[in-house]
Design a binder for this molecule. Structure first.
Ligand SMILES: O=P(O)(O)OC[C@H]1O[C@](O)(COP(=O)(O)O)[C@@H](O)[C@@H]1O
Ligand SMILES: [Mg+2]
Ligand SMILES: [Mg+2]
Length: 331
């Protein structure tokens, strides 16, 4: 096999002259093994248990945990323990777990798209690797207060018709597919290059009545299409698994939005900065797109802890700029 085209080859080349390059490479390879375990569990429909069964336990974000959330959390925690990961910060754990002196901190959404588990729709795992230093070990609460610009690597797996990994080490974004039979991940398709202009958008429109005026006006103008101020038609696609909505945007452009709204607990939206928006923003920027909280660059925003939420918009650059214009005026 052409090693340039394998995940191992990509990570080995990427490790050269990069801070903690070897640690990052070893960790992502361990994650690839964990992702295969999760995908196989999904393909089997579980091991006798209903993968969507509620676990009688709420995670830190207030969502009821499901069987597959727990299975995925365990698989990636095991992978992190086999890797040079010093801190494990997961959506499914109330507090970050300190694993040792490893030079990396992992923020992870073990199972993204939990509301789609029983529907056989694509779901995924999102991860972000940050540096973990002596200063962080002395004050562990500081490790997950680093801005997204500090990320060493980020990516997400998609458990769908194909098992895909979208990943960046900070020099472009690449896609790998698990080749059935070979056991490994190999490069898949061209490197994503997100078109500047969008023709589609993704948002849960059922929340429209809770949005701020600027957000409502923005989506109204998209919906007005060729007859409205935007001057062309926009299609709408919303899967409800961010990884699936994002992959569509990596391949053909578009706009994804999860704004804050007036519902209790949704003032800063639904998505979590450390393990959802920052890793996605890093991959998106490295593929030529843009990501913001509506008005400011996502990667520059300093999070206030592991489970911090933030409004989120990402996709084609021109659309992120257009949105900022609407929110800047009317938010
Ligand atoms: O159902 P809503 O409110 O539209 O939220 C959907 C969003 O919530 C998420 O499912 C949140 O992720 P989790 O499944 O990891 O909690 C995203 O994947 C998705 O974009
Ligand atoms: Mg998620
Ligand atoms: Mg999740």
């Amino acid at each position: 096999m052409d090693t340039e085209k394998t995940l191992e080859g990509f990570l080995r080349d990427g490790a050269e002259n990069r801070p903690e390059g070897k640690a990052v490479a070893a960790t992502i390879l361990a994650f690839a093994d964990a992702a295969v375990i999760v995908q196989e569990t999904i393909a089997r429909g579980g091991s006798g248990d209903d993968l969507a069964a509620a676990q009688n336990h709420q995670n830190a974000g207030g969502d009821m945990q499901k069987e597959l959330d727990v299975v995925a959390d365990r698989a990636f925690l095991d992978a992190a323990k086999r890797s040079p990961v010093g801190f494990y910060g997961s959506e499914e754990q109330d507090e970050a777990v300190q694993l040792g002196d490893g030079p990396l901190a992992l923020a992870i959404d073990p199972l993204d798209g939990s509301s789609n588990i029983e529907t056989n729709v694509s779901i995924g795992t999102i991860f972000s690797l940050l540096p973990a230093t002596d200063a962080h070990r002395a004050d562990p609460s500081s490790v997950f207060r680093q801005p997204g610009t500090n990320q060493l690597a980020a990516g997400f797996f998609i458990y769908g018709p194909q098992l895909l990994l979208v990943v960046t080490l900070g020099a472009g974004t690449r896609v790998f597919i698990r080749a059935p039979g070979s056991g490994g991940f190999v490069a898949f398709g061209p490197a994503p290059a997100i078109p500047t202009e969008a023709k589609e958008y993704a948002v849960n429109v059922s929340n429209r009545r809770h949005w701020a005026t600027g957000m409502r006006r923005y989506v109204d103008d998209l919906d007005a299409g060729a007859e409205g101020p935007r001057g062309h038609d926009f299609g709408m696609r919303y899967v409800g698994s961010m990884v699936a909505d994002a992959y569509r945007i990596f391949r053909r452009g578009g706009m994804f939005l999860y704004p804050g709204d007036t519902r209790k607990g949704y003032e800063r939206g639904r998505l979590r900065q450390l393990y959802e928006t920052n890793p996605m923003a890093f991959c998106i920027e490295q593929a030529g797109g843009a990501a913001s909280d509506g008005t400011g660059r996502m990667l520059d925003i300093v999070p206030d802890g592991l489970h911090a939420r933030t409004p989120f918009a990402f996709g084609s650059k021109a659309e992120i700029e257009a949105l900022a214009g609407y929110l800047g005026k009317d938010a």
